[in-house]
Design a protein around this ligand. Structure first.
Ligand code: EPZ
Length: 423
C-alpha cells in the first residue's frame, strides 16, 4: 500500500470469528442439522469446518449460511494437524466429552502472542468429574457422564468459559462458573445453547449457572453476532487516516471503551439511527493511554491498532497489555516503519511521530497484520506487508473493503520461496 489516503465511506462487518468458531463446535452437542447465518468468509471457518467433517459431520456453506449436520455418534478425536493450525479448535473439547463421554484433542501450544495455557479448561473439566490426561501431544478427557459442580476461574478466560459451558449443559445437575468471561461472543454462544434447549442463568454476567439436561436439539437458524474486533479495526482506521467511516452494522455497545478512547483522541463518534456507528477525525489524533482487560475492558485484540494510532498521534501514550504476556512482537515491525515505541514488561511507551515511512514488514498474527496495513496507510511511500495470510484468518475481504474506502492498497502474490537446497 501507499500511504496518504483518508478513509471515507461505508463498510459492514460479518459475524464474529471468535463467536462463530464456538457456535460451530456447539453444534456437536445435538444430533441433526444446525444452521448458522452471518458466517464470515474467513480461513478459520474453513479450518473449523474441516475439523467437524473429520469428526463425521457434514458441513455445507451457501453464501453466509453454514449448515452443520451432526451424526448420532460423532468421532471424538480432533485432527492433530488442524488443531495445531488453529488454536480455536480446542473448543470441541467440552462438547465432545459431554456428548461422547470422551474427547481426544491435540494440544494447540502457544503462538505469537503468548503461551496460551489450558490449565483452567482442564481444572474445570476435572471439577465436572472428567479424567484428563496429556499423552503424545494430545489432551484426553473421559467421563461416562459429567456431573455439575462449582468452578471458579482464576482469570475470566474466554476459552475456558466456553469449553466448560458446553460441557456443563449436558452434565448431571447444576454447574456454577464463577469469574466467567462476559464477552459478547460468550453471550452469543449462550443464546445458541438456550435455543438448543440448554438451561443457563446469569448470561452476560461473571457468574453462569447451568442446569444440565439429558439432550439438546439442533437449531434451524442462529445469526452470528457482528464482529466487534473487525468493527473496532475500521473505527481506528478512520481515526488514524483522519477519515470518515460508517460501520453500518457495527454494535457500538460492544465497543464502548474503544470508541470512548477515539473520542479522547479527538474523533467524532456517533451512533446511527439505522444502526451502526460512524467515526470521523478532522485533525491529528491525540495520544491516548490504554489498558487491555477482559470485556468490558479495552480488547487486547485492538491493542496493535491503538499502538499504530499512537505511533502517529500528538503526544506520548502508555499502552498496557494485561491479557497476553507476549503481545509486543508487533512492535519490532512497527518500528521498521519509524515508530518510536519502547516496551518494558506489560507496558509500551509510544512517542507519536508526525510521519511514518513505508518499508517491508511481516505479519506474525491476525491483529498485528491488520494493524501493519493500517500503519502503512499513514506512512510516507510504499509499505509491503508479508505473510498476510494471517489477516485472512480473521478479516473478510479486507483489501476490497479498504479499496472501497479509498485506500491505495493491493494484494500481490507472495514471492516464490527459492527452493531449499537439501544435501
Ligand atoms: C480468545 O482467546 C480469542 N480467540 C482471542 O482472540 C482473544 O484475544 C482472547 O479470547 C481474549 O479476549 C478466540 O476466541 C478464538 P483466554 P482465548 O482463554 O480463549 C490465559 C484473535 O486475534 N489462560 O481468554 O485463548 C491465556 O494464556 C484472538 O482473534 C491460561 O493461562 O483467550 C491468556 O494469557 C487472539 N490458562 C489469558 O488467559 C487457561 O486455561 C486469556 O486467554 C486459559 C487461558
Amino acid at each position: 500500500m501507499r500511504g496518504g489516503a483518508r478513509l471515507a465511506g461505508e463498510v459492514d462487518v460479518a459475524g464474529a470469528k471468535n463467536s462463530v468458531l464456538k457456535l460451530m463446535a456447539a453444534a456437536l452437542l445435538a444430533e441433526g442439522a444446525t444452521t448458522l447465518s452471518a458466517v464470515p468468509d474467513i480461513l478459520d471457518v474453513a479450518i473449523m469446518s474441516e475439523v467437524l467433517r473429520r469428526l463425521g459431520c457434514t458441513v455445507q456453506r451457501v453464501g453466509g449460511t453454514l449448515r452443520i449436520d451432526v451424526p448420532a455418534r460423532p468421532g471424538h478425536e480432533a485432527d492433530y494437524d488442524l488443531v495445531r493450525r488453529m488454536r480455536a479448535s480446542i473448543a470441541v473439547l467440552g462438547p465432545l466429552v459431554a456428548r461422547c463421554g470422551e474427547a481426544k484433542v491435540a494440544l494447540p501450544g502457544g503462538d505469537a502472542i503468548g503461551s496460551r495455557g489450558l490449565d483452567m479448561h482442564v481444572a474445570g473439566l476435572v471439577k465436572l468429574g472428567a479424567t484428563v490426561e496429556s499423552e503424545h501431544g494430545y489432551l484426553i478427557a473421559r467421563a461416562p457422564r459429567l456431573t455439575g459442580a462449582q468452578v471458579w476461574l482464576d482469570f475470566p478466560s474466554v476459552g475456558a468459559t466456553e469449553n466448560l459451558l458446553m460441557a456443563a449443559v449436558l452434565a448431571k445437575g447444576t454447574t456454577q462458573i464463577d469469574n466467567a468471561a462476559r464477552e459478547p461472543e460468550i453471550v452469543d454462544l449462550c443464546d445458541l445453547l438456550v435455543q438448543m434447549g440448554a438451561q443457563i442463568g446469569g448470561i452476560g454476567t461473571s457468574t453462569l449457572e447451568v442446569e444440565g439436561v439429558e439432550h439438546l436439539r439442533p437449531v434451524a437458524e442462529h445469526a452470528t453476532v457482528p464482529d466487534r474486533i473487525v468493527a473496532g479495526t475500521w473505527a481506528i482506521a478512520a481515526a488514524l487516516t483522519r477519515g470518515d467511516v460508517l460501520v453500518s452494522n457495527g454494535r457500538a455497545e460492544h465497543l464502548e471503551i474503544a470508541l470512548d478512547k477515539l473520542t479522547t483522541a479527538g474523533a467524532a463518534v456517533s451512533t446511527e439511527p439505522g444502526g451502526g456507528f460512524r467515526v470521523r477525525m478532522d485533525r491529528r489524533p491525540r495520544a491516548v493511554d490504554v489498558v487491555t482487560l477482559p470485556y468490558p475492558g479495552f480488547p487486547t485484540d485492538l491493542q496493535p491498532m491503538v499502538l499504530a494510532l499512537n505511533a502517529v498521534a500528538d503526544g506520548t501514550a502508555m499502552v498496557t497489555e494485561n491479557v497476553f504476556e507476549a503481545r509486543w512482537m508487533f512492535v519490532n515491525e512497527l518500528s521498521r516503519l519509524g515508530a518510536d515505541v519502547r516496551t518494558d514488561g506489560h507496558h509500551a511507551v509510544v512517542r507519536g511521530r508526525a510521519q511514518l515511512s513505508g518499508a517491508p514488514v511481516t505479519a506474525h498474527d491476525i491483529r498485528a497484520g491488520a494493524a501493519l496495513v493500517l500503519a502503512g496507510l499513514v506512512a510516507d511511500g510504499v509499505t509491503e506487508v508479508a505473510e498476510v495470510h494471517h489477516v485472512d484468518r480473521g478479516y473478510e475481504r479486507f483489501v476490497p473493503k479498504l479499496q472501497s474506502l479509498g485506500a491505495d492498497v493491493r494484494r500481490e502474490a507472495a514471492p516464490e520461496e527459492p527452493p531449499l537446497a537439501l544435501g
